[in-house]
Ligand binder design. Sequence first.
Ligand SMILES: Cc1cc2nc3c(=O)[nH]c(=O)nc-3n(C[C@H](O)[C@H](O)[C@H](O)COP(=O)(O)O)c2cc1C
Length: 434
Amino acid sequence: MSTLKNFKQMKNFGIVAIAAMLIFASCHQNPEFKKDEKTEPKKEETKESPEAQVPNRQGIFSQVINVSNIEFDEIKFEAWAKADLTDNNRFQFWVRVDSINSSKPLFFDNMYQRPITENEWKQYTIMGKVGENAQQVVFGGMLFGIGKTWVDDIKIYVRKGDTEWIQLEVKNSSFEKVKSDNKAESWGAFGNYYAFTVDNSNAKDGTNSYLIDGQPKPKHVYNAVPVNERKAIRLPLPDTKGTMTVEMAMATRRSVRSYADKAFTKKDVSQILWAAYGVSDSTKYKGYKLKTAPSAGALYPFEVYLVVNNVKGLEKGVYRYKPANHTITMEIKGNISVDLTDASWGQDMIEHAPINIVWTAVFERTTKKYGKRGRERYVCMDLGHSGQNVYLQATALGMGTCAIGAFADDTVSEIMNIPVEEEILYIMPVGWLK
Ligand SMILES: Cc1cc2nc3c(=O)[nH]c(=O)nc-3n(C[C@H](O)[C@H](O)[C@H](O)COP(=O)(O)O)c2cc1C
């Protein structure tokens, strides 16, 4: 089972954690960080970019403090850490200040440019100016990759102007309060293959410290169907008439993250796949048949996969959609959806939906004609069209779906045995409305 059961569970220690996670991800990739020449290592000092070196798995712990009754414009975070890490594995503290008025944080720092790797107790500080109307301070630490990090004595101060620092109450700041399962009271934590426990053999302050232990992910063996045994399964023809108008579908479409426990039929699968990337005009244009979704230059960069969890007449597994013949071919046998959920931050709608549609792109198909513009613009634009088709088709059929962009690309590719020339882009679980 997934360590993180679902987004509902994440809400247990604050929906903010999701936002935090997404901010980590975006800061991780934010090109602005690369441009910071003051802190960025010089080109000759490193062969790869720092991003390329950071492992893409992380274990995160956090706590939230409500500060809506305090006026301040500066924040200071202090904490001790000691890391037993090798290679590019790293630990970072992080602090975010959320505003009442805006979804944009008033302050965010995750020590991205100064990760913690030293194997001795040291105090680390995060400081910064904060805008007005702060609502909450969210903070914690994250371990990228495998290895151990100990944390102790976390303090947070705020102040306005040149006044004295006011210390905020961090609950269980020295990890002295321990639950029966050896977890720390008052702290939320998540990450597959990460253990968050209290350690009484290695403390900086008091008796205990907090140990974040990142274990290597066990290698899964997926049951790939041998190429010569792959058979095309013809799907029922899709309907081109329905009962809901496109206006109604647009007006009622929402991202739906929980579905009725009811199977799909092959006909349902057929309709969704056709909407995603099916052929709508068999006239060949430059060698391609035109599809339900527009595509720059009619170059159709996507491969579309079907992950079957619960479809009458279809075995659980991963199937490749062949739009030209409206067929599917099984490539992996068995249930991969639990692992797919794990690789997608525990978004367990993937696990519970009867099907998932997964898009990969062969960028080369578009870039060979459009170059950089193809990679940076056209493929993403194409994907939006195809994804929206699935949203509208699902809505029109009384189904629900949700676009998922937050997942560990490499892990999903590994689970689905995606060929190297394809890059994973989108996952959309589809199921019946409850
Ligand atoms: C590119 C993209 C990535 C998204 N990734 C996720 C995701 O990983 N998890 C999720 O629950 N929703 C995800 N969504 C859905 C958005 O949260 C949703 O569209 C938004 O909240 C607006 O709600 P609506 O679709 O109901 O109008 C994504 C949407 C887009 C367009």
